[in-house]
Write a protein of this length. Structure first.
Ligand SMILES: Cc1cc2nc3c(=O)[nH]c(=O)nc-3n(C[C@H](O)[C@H](O)[C@H](O)COP(=O)(O)OP(=O)(O)OC[C@H]3O[C@@H](n4cnc5c(N)ncnc54)[C@H](O)[C@@H]3O)c2cc1C
Length: 417
């Protein structure tokens, strides 16, 4: 057994925190993971299950800026927003939009791709180690376009070419052959050949957590309410488990991370993009074999253990405002035009919160003003894909070892916090 490198507490047991726990444990740290609920049951539960090595176009892209007038008029199913919330967080919104330039788009794309490649390789290794290969599908992410015009307007292809992503473009008839479950409403499809998908993100997190606990990792179910920087270590106050102590501390609490880091005086520009899903029973006929993103409809259809998961686009509103199911209901209506679907599996759609920084890149690295404090959050639309790579990178930083890829765009110090 490796000699212990000291103790670490990780706050947040989503896929990011769980992968971080596993990577640090394997590096020889004594790790405790704290979550206020069952790990992997917030945002990490309800995504489309895509493990992508080429999800590299940040949301605040030049194309998004050009589409802004249409988006603001509420004419897109991909985006819904609360006017009063946007006005209250106008500063954050304007800073977010200020990154919508080509320079950031290219730089962010290359940085995301590098870390996603590391991440996908580590996912495959841990999936094999956990013995859950049955969850994994290969060649499992296809973007579909309803018209030639919408495919022609798809700028991300430029970025895919730049970083050398492996993809194939299919015409209407070829789409019918490779994905016969889809009705013939799509003019073009782009299949990301190396991307994988899991049929249950929750079971994936459970499997990684199983590796962690089997090797002696500790999981504490408690709400963290305070952090105290004592000489030589950290004191973590919780509601249900009292006071815990550790040498080092990682904040990996998704959309709640900025609030928690705020207790120590950090002002992190983190927002959230809420999203929904609902499962539908597939009708008789060929089953859907991969996750499909309808680029014009602004929703995804993903085969899951519970049925076909229809996910909504983005909702911008207060993190804890009551759910509004309009967007996901509209997505389901459109999905019925694309696939043969029967009844809804759940009565009530699921809702989650993608944690998003103003530059759409995660924060992975040391907190600037506290020794032994580390950040790992803000993975927006790609947290499932990027969790293992982010964990390996942070693990390297915590041991002052060479990082697996250039991490300078991900460091917390890129902001004045
Ligand atoms: C509809 C939808 C589809 C998506 N599809 C994909 C996809 O296909 N592929 C992909 O890569 N990504 C996808 N994403 C994004 C991905 O799901 C997120 O980026 C990822 O789940 C974020 O993980 P996390 O661990 O940072 O956050 P979370 O999963 O939200 O975990 C944060 C954890 O912190 C805990 N916590 C918070 N506060 C406290 C506290 N005070 N004390 C203790 N614990 C606390 C919470 O209980 C929670 O478990 C999708 C997201 C959505 C909404």
């Amino acid at each position: 057994m490796t000699e212990s490198k000291g103790s670490v507490i990780i706050v947040g047991g989503g896929i990011v925190g769980v992968c971080n726990a596993l990577a640090l444990q394997k590096a020889g740290f004594a790790v405790t993971l704290i979550d206020r609920g069952q790990p992997g049951r917030e945002t990490s539960y309800g995504n489309a299950g895509v493990l992508c090595e080429s999800a590299i176009s940040v949301v605040n892209s030049p194309a998004m800026l050009r589409a802004l007038p249409k988006l603001l008029l509420g004419r897109s199913n991909g985006l819904r927003f609360s006017v009063s919330y946007v006005l209250r967080r106008l500063g954050w919104m304007l800073r977010f939009l200020s990154y919508g330039n080509k320079r950031h788009w290219h730089a962010a794309g290359r940085a995301l791709r590098d870390l996603q490649l590391v991440s996908l390789a580590q996912h495959k290794a841990w999936i094999a180690e956990a013995g859950v290969d049955d969850l994994l599908r290969h060649g499992a992410w296809m973007k579909v376009f309803r018209s030639e015009a919408s495919f022609a307007a798809y700028e991300e292809r430029e970025l895919l070419d730049e970083v050398g992503s492996n993809y194939t473009v299919f015409e209407r008839e070829q789409i019918r052959q490779i994905e016969p479950a889809l009705k013939p409403i799509y003019a073009k499809a782009l299949l990301l050949e190396d991307t994988c998908q899991v049929s249950s993100p929750a079971q994936l997190t459970d499997a990684y957590l199983g590796l962690f606990t089997a090797a002696g990792g500790t999981v504490v179910r408690a709400k963290v309410t305070g952090l105290i920087d004592n000489p030589g270590g950290w004191q973590i106050e919780t509601e249900e488990a009292g006071r815990l102590v550790s040498d080092q501390l990682v904040i990996a609490a998704g959309a709640w991370s900025a609030e928690i880091a705020g207790w120590l005086g950090y002002d992190l520009p983190l927002g959230w993009e809420r999203g929904y899903h609902l499962h539908l029973e597939p009708d008789v006929g060929p089953p859907l074999t991969r996750a499909v993103l309808d680029m014009d409809g602004g929703f995804a259809m993903a085969p899951m253990q519970q049925g076909v998961r229809i996910t909504s686009g983005v909702e911008i509103t207060d993190r804890d405002a009551p759910p509004n199911y309009t967007q996901v209901r509209n997505s389901v209506k459109q999905a019925r035009g694309a696939l043969a679907l029967k009844g809804e599996v759940e009565d009530v759609p699921w809702m989650g919160r993608r944690p998003t920084m103003i530059d759409s890149l995660p924060v992975i690295g040391a907190a600037p003003r506290h020794s032994g404090l580390w950040f790992n959050f803000g993975h927006q639309h790609v947290g499932l894909s990027m969790a293992p790579g982010s964990a390996l990178a942070l693990c390297a930083m915590m041991q002052a070892m060479p990082e697996p890829v250039d991490m300078h765009l991900f460091r917390a110090t890129r902001f004045r916090i």
